[in-house]
Design a protein around this ligand. Structure first.
Ligand SMILES: [Zn+2]
Length: 260
């Protein structure tokens, strides 16, 4: 599911065949999601019996360059040293480009790293309501170093429950958060620090957040029907507090029906 920001609002699209579905326009409608049982690996693009993690079959998860160590742990990047993890050319293209270290509100203020090209895509993907860029580095490894340091002061994971319960960022003092983040920076990192700009803000298409969220899994519930009450990050939130993580089901073929 892709998200874009228009006039301060998040809009969501699902690629279904040749025509993208505007998922944000389905909020308020009754949807049926049905897993056909077909699973396609994100790496080898083959139909597989089982998806292991992140939409990859077991073999691809352990060998595909897109699922290498630096994906989850930027500080494990080694392309700047010319050292290959799985595929050096692939890793050089990905890692040897400017990255940003940011703070984002995703139910709480967290730290994260992403390519400098389009942090907004990342923030929308994570369901952040506000965010600021702290620093910009020349490669992924340097950004990873800063993130490891900042994990002493900020979480780096999002609690999905607080995301779908709609914990709002009322009163985040970004000046104070930024000061807290930079307080223990080493002098040689200061050249990467960016001026405070923003915060970047977005509103999600939500009529009603979940009160007691329960996680829908297509492995356990291959078909379900519910009224869509909102979307935040990769989560579809249903009226009865069930939530569906679209990214978490990558690789599953799903039939979507909308009752108008
Ligand atoms: Zn595979």
């Amino acid at each position: 599911m892709r998200a874009v920001r228009e006039d301060g609002r998040a809009l969501y699209y699902l690629d279904a065949g040749s025509i993208p579905v505007a998922v944000h326009s389905l909020v308020g409608k009754e949807l049926t999601l049905e897993a056909t049982g077909k699973r396609v690996c994100n790496g080898c693009q083959k139909e597989v019996e089982e998806l292991f993690r992140m939409g990859y079959c077991r073999s691809c998860f352990f060998t595909h360059p897109a699922a290498g160590a630096s994906l989850v742990s930027p500080e494990k990047s080694t392309a700047h040293l010319g050292i290959e993890d799985r595929d050096l050319a692939y890793e050089q293209a990905l890692q040897l480009q400017p990255h940003v270290v940011y703070l984002a509100h995703t139910g709480a203020v967290k730290v994260g790293v992403t390519r400098a090209q389009q942090p907004e895509t990342r923030w929308l993907d994570q369901g952040a309501t506000e965010a600021i860029v702290l620093a910009q580095t020349t490669n992924r490894y340097e950004a990873g170093l800063l993130e490891v340091h900042l994990k002493n002061y900020f979480p780096d994971k999002t609690q999905w429950q607080s995301l779908v319960k709609g914990s709002s960022p009322d009163g985040v003092d970004w000046n104070a958060e930024r000061t807290k983040a930079l307080e223990h920076f080493q002098p040689e990192w200061m050249a990467w620090v960016q001026e405070l700009d923003g915060p970047w803000r977005v509103e999600y298409p939500v009529l009603q957040y979940a009160t007691k969220p329960s996680y829908l899994s297509l492995e356990k519930t291959p078909e379900f029907t519910g009224r869509l009450s909102g979307i935040r990050g990769q989560y579809l939130i249903f009226e009865d507090s069930r939530v569906f993580n679209v990214r978490g089901h990558e690789g599953h073929e799903v039939r979507l029906r909308v009752r108008s």
